[in-house]
Design a protein around this ligand. Structure first.
Ligand SMILES: [Zn+2]
Ligand SMILES: [Zn+2]
Length: 242
């Protein structure tokens, strides 16, 4: 990890000048300028204490969570999945570059600021990226959840483990499915390589839509003995009308 002095030298040296991935202006750090960084989406108002959906109160769970509590205890998101972050994540998936992946990873610790103000937050023992299927990994050649999980583990100073879980099959083409279909699609999609009795585990993904993937992995980890599983994401999709 770079010291503050090294960062200062890099930030002020023209040789290391970066341009904002959103507007092309000079970026101060991590590939985004300050005005664009301040525009990243986070809708004001109360959030469901379990899944962080916009809610009438921060005390009562939302309707979905009251109907069926997800297998994860809490979901913490850095931002909402909305303009302009939505476009950056899509670009990173279809035209990945180390620079863009680095920008997104640098945004992940923002989730900590939202989490630390929430009831029930406490530090996990282990940070685990949601695994991609081997075929998908080969096709993409990079792993965004892995980069995000690394950034979070570094900030929290918590152990990172990308070997604990594996994905049995590719399930990430879920865009056309509704919540119930997504839950069915990702059922038993994950395997765990060893027992994790008593551990508090943070699982990390880029985007949570219905939370079905995170629910499925959390359920598998709980069955393997995890005491608590929290879900951490860069961006949480929110209903447009909410
Ligand atoms: Zn900018
Ligand atoms: Zn909820």
């Amino acid at each position: 990890m770079l010291s503050n002095l090294c960062r200062h030298i890099i930030d002020s040296c023209p040789l290391f000048e970066q341009h904002c991935q959103l507007c092309g202006q000079r970026a101060t750090r991590h590939g985004l300028c300050q005005p664009c960084r301040q525009q990243l989406p986070w809708r004001p108002g109360h959030r469901c204490p379990i899944c962080q959906a916009p809610a009438a109160s921060a005390q009562a769970p939302c309707g979905d969570c009251q109907g069926k509590h997800p297998a994860f205890s809490h979901l913490y998101s850095a931002y909402d999945y909305d303009y302009p972050l939505e476009g950056l994540i899509t670009r990173c998936k279809y035209a990945p570059s180390p620079a863009l992946q680095g920008v997104l990873a640098s945004l992940m610790p923002q989730a900590l600021q939202h989490a630390q103000g929430s009831a029930g937050y406490y530090q996990p023992d282990l940070v685990v990226p949601v695994p991609l299927a081997e075929a998908r990994l080969r096709q993409r050649g990079f792993n965004l959840p892995d980069a995000l999980a690394h950034a979070l583990a570094d900030t929290m100073r918590v152990r990172f483990d990308d070997q604990l879980c594996w994905r049995k099959r590719n399930t990430d083409s879920q865009a056309a499915l509704n919540r119930r279909e997504r839950l069915k699609n990702v059922r038993d999609a994950f395997g765990v390589k060893r027992r994790c009795d008593g551990l508090h585990i943070a699982i990390v993904d880029d985007v949570a839509s219905t939370g079905a993937t995170l629910h499925s992995l959390a359920k598998t980890l709980r069955k393997s003995g995890a005491k608590q599983v929290d879900a951490w994401v860069l961006a949480r999709a929110i209903a447009r009308q909410a």
